[in-house]
Design a protein around this ligand. Structure first.
Ligand code: NAD
Ligand code: 6OD
Length: 496
């Protein structure tokens, strides 16, 4: 990454630039990229103004008419493999960049984020080579025949907007199928986490991706690069992961051009734990389901419903588990939980802890800010927190908090658990914990969500449909669903 002088000539920090038409370019002003573990400055980031965003979109449009537009499926798939290798060749740099930007433990970035980024490219390379298309032999009214068959074409230039919680994983989850289908992309990563996408631009350049096929613009949402991108008339589709409210704003921007959107949005995910579950295993996995990435995974379980015979046992076991987690420096191998992403986000999470107290919740554990006595006190940490005793109507049970926190409530009847789990405007993911397979299937079938896990959580097969209902999203990505979003089908009907 290019280095540039910051405010003082004595202090030099990296400058992260935009990537347009195969070149790194600066922007209209610089903003700070902060390390959430200790509040220090990591880099200064060049914000793309309307001109840079326009240049990125124009470059993408030109690339579709250039050599990239003539590449066949096999050539594109080979390039996706090369990109995966490029990520792996710089594995440690990606891990460091992702951990510094997000504060997530190095161990987590090494086992989840970076390997998944490489896997995203390989999986969609394989899928595009093997994807089948529909064909129908049609009888005509005069007793003859016609043949209907669909062919896949790129949709054009895709605007990709991603959040800060799993920055590289979620960006590549969209870039890989978009490129596999022959599109060009303009990516706008979160302003909180610009580094791994900038490294990805270097990988694209070094792998030989033709100029203009992959473009990167840095900046914020409203009134900045995000809004410039989604309202640009040269974009053919927008794929977005982030908050439901932001999705509504993006939908509005896309409406005048009737541009297709694919949205992966927020969640307030339930977990239903039956008394016949494998208890120790469930506690172990629920710890990840609640606290992984400091609870900043859209799939995290913030509402936990436990069958009454094991309710007291479960609450105590989860309390002990939460208190055993190491909250610490991301670089420390023993760390389970890093900080939250920002001071603003911590204020939001703490405001829910405050609301829970005011509403008379029991704070089973946590509920505050840990004290370290070192530079981490300048970071944005909160304690892993478990709440009980709130009504189902309370804010903390209804609204997405997006922190290391859950509310646990008892239930007596399966019917009651299903009703509470479904009583939400969101509908992303649910998990069910039981050894009764018939019940597991019966309850899973009734969940108003896009993804239901049974006796597991965040276990992914990238060919499977992924998305949410209600406030949790529009459409599905994953496997053929991604291929269908990132391409247009042209049905050809030949009268024989
Ligand atoms: P966010 O919506 O605030 O920001 C996401 C991205 O949108 C950022 O790049 C931001 O700059 C951009 N943006 C904001 N306003 C915009 C606008 N008006 N026009 C264009 N772009 C705009 O979300 P966040 O805080 O970064 O991420 C956390 C949220 O993301 C949570 O709600 C979480 O549940 C959700 N999420 C969902 C999934 C999923 O798969 N369903 C995955 C990860 C995160
Ligand atoms: O695993 C995925 O493909 C995916 N989109 C995960 C989203 C996680 C949300 O934070």
């Amino acid at each position: 990454m290019p280095e540039a002088a910051a405010k003082s000539p004595a202090v030099r920090v990296r400058e992260l630039e935009n990537f347009v038409d195969g070149e790194f370019v600066s922007g209209e002003r610089l903003f700070d990229d902060i390390n959430p573990a200790d509040g220090t400055l990591i880099a200064r980031v060049a914000e793309a103004g309307p001109e840079v965003v326009d240049a990125a979109v124009q470059a993408a449009r030109r690339s579709l008419k250039g050599e990239w537009g003539h590449w066949g499926v096999r050539q594109r798939a080979a390039m996706l493999y090369k990109i995966a290798e490029g990520i792996e060749a710089r594995f440690d740099e990606f891990v460091q960049a992702e951990s510094a930007d997000t504060g997530k433990p190095i161990a987590l970035a090494s086992r989840l984020d970076v390997p998944r980024a490489a896997a995203n490219f390989r999986v969609f390379a394989d899928l595009i080579k093997t994807a089948s298309l529909e064909a129908f032999e049609t009888e005509t009214a005069d007793g003859k025949q016609a043949l209907n068959y669909a062919v896949r074409k790129p949709i054009g230039v895709v605007g990709i907007i991603t959040p800060w919680n799993l920055p590289l994983l979620l960006t590549t989850w969209k870039v890989a199928p978009a490129l596999a289908c022959g599109n060009a992309v303009v990516v706008k990563p979160s302003e909180e986490t610009p580094a791994s996408a900038t490294l990805l631009a270097e990988v694209m350049r070094d792998a030989g991706v033709p100029k203009g096929v992959f473009n990167l613009v840095h900046g914020f949402g409203e009134g900045s690069a995000g809004e410039h991108l989604v309202s640009h008339p040269g974009i053919n589709a927008v794929t977005f992961t982030g908050e439901s409210r932001t999705g509504a704003a993006i939908m509005k921007a896309c409406a005048p051009g009737v541009k297709p959107v694919s949205f992966e949005l927020g969640g307030k995910n339930p977990a239903i734990i039956f008394a016949d579950c494998d208890r120790e295993e469930t506690v172990q996995q629920m710890s990840d389901a609640i606290f992984l990435n400091t609870g900043q995974v859209c799939l995290c379980a913030e509402r936990v419903y436990v069958e009454r015979p094991i309710y007291d046992w479960f609450v105590l076991a989860m309390k002990q588990k939460a208190e055993s987690l190491n909250v610490g420096w991301p670089a420390d191998k023993a760390t389970n939980l890093g900080p939250l992403i920002s001071a603003t986000h911590r204020e939001k999470v703490l405001s829910y802890f405050g609301a829970a107290r005011e509403l008379g919740a029991t704070i089973v554990t946590g509920g505050g800010v840990p004290k370290f006595g070192d530079a981490r006190d300048n970071g944005f940490y909160v304690q892993p927190t478990i709440l009980t005793g709130l009504t189902e109507a309370s804010r903390c049970v209804k609204e997405e908090i997006f922190g290391p926190v859950c509310h646990i409530a008892p239930f007596d009847k399966e019917e009651e658990a299903v009703a509470m789990a479904n009583d939400t405007e969101y509908g992303l993911a649910a998990s069910i914990w039981t050894n009764d397979l018939k019940r597991a299937h019966r309850v899973a079938r009734r969940m108003n969500v896009g993804i239901t896990w049974v006796n597991c959580w965040f276990l992914r097969d990238l060919r499977a449909p992924f998305g949410g209902v209600g406030l949790s999203g529009i459409g599905r990505e994953g496997g053929v669903h991604s291929l269908n979003f990132y391409s247009e089908l042209n049905n050809i009907c030949i009268r024989l």
